[in-house]
Design a protein around this ligand. Structure first.
Ligand SMILES: [Zn+2]
Length: 183
């Protein structure tokens, strides 16, 4: 019985352990004006960080940014504390770093991305076949699905933004040959 129980407890929760461990933070800079803060926040987007929360405390506003890759294991977090009093902002971040050394990602070459973006309407198994046909490395289904979901999301977002450049791209990608309408 006890063996059974212990087997039951084995789950693929790779991150459970690392989430429990406490992270160290360090101060990286102080910003003196709101303009500097705005500029700094703009630069965070290009670093793949997005705003996770914003809390208005009694003395300060605390904005927390986290990495877009957090679901895939990056634990990088950056915190901006802006004093209500003098509007100075103290920037703190986790010392764990922000490099994505996930070796799986290195498989995602430009060639593979280009091919997969052409077939975002296909299921992962069909894309695996396309990769094989093109003589490219065959990625795991999960990785393909994740990529497709990201692409579709991007597409939806650019649709919503009504960006004329994005429209041209969508027009180009629209080729959905699966709608068979014989007359
Ligand atoms: Zn990261």
């Amino acid at each position: 019985m006890s063996v059974r129980n212990s087997v039951k407890n084995v789950k693929p929760e790779c991150f459970a352990k690392s989430q429990r461990k406490s992270f160290e933070y360090e101060e990286i800079k102080t910003l003196n004006t709101e303009d500097e803060l705005t500029e700094f926040q703009q630069s965070l987007k290009s670093q793949g960080l997005h705003k996770k929360s914003e809390i208005n405390g009694k003395w300060e506003r605390i904005i927390t940014y986290e990495c877009e890759e957090t679901k895939r294991g990056c634990k990088y977090v950056l915190i901006i504390r802006t004093s209500h009093d003098d509007l100075k902002s103290l920037i703190t971040h986790r010392t764990c770093g922000h490099q994505h050394l996930n070796p799986k990602n290195s498989n995602l070459t430009k060639e593979i991305k280009a091919l997969m973006s052409m077939y975002t309407h296909l299921p992962a198994s069909r894309i695996q076949r396309k990769l094989k046909e093109a003589g490219l490395p065959i990625l795991p289904k999960l990785q393909i699905t994740n990529f497709l979901n990201r692409e579709r999301k991007k597409k939806r977002e650019s649709d919503a933004a009504e960006n004329p450049v994005a429209d041209v791209e969508i027009e180009h990608k629209r080729g959905r040959p699966k709608k068979i309408s014989y007359k």
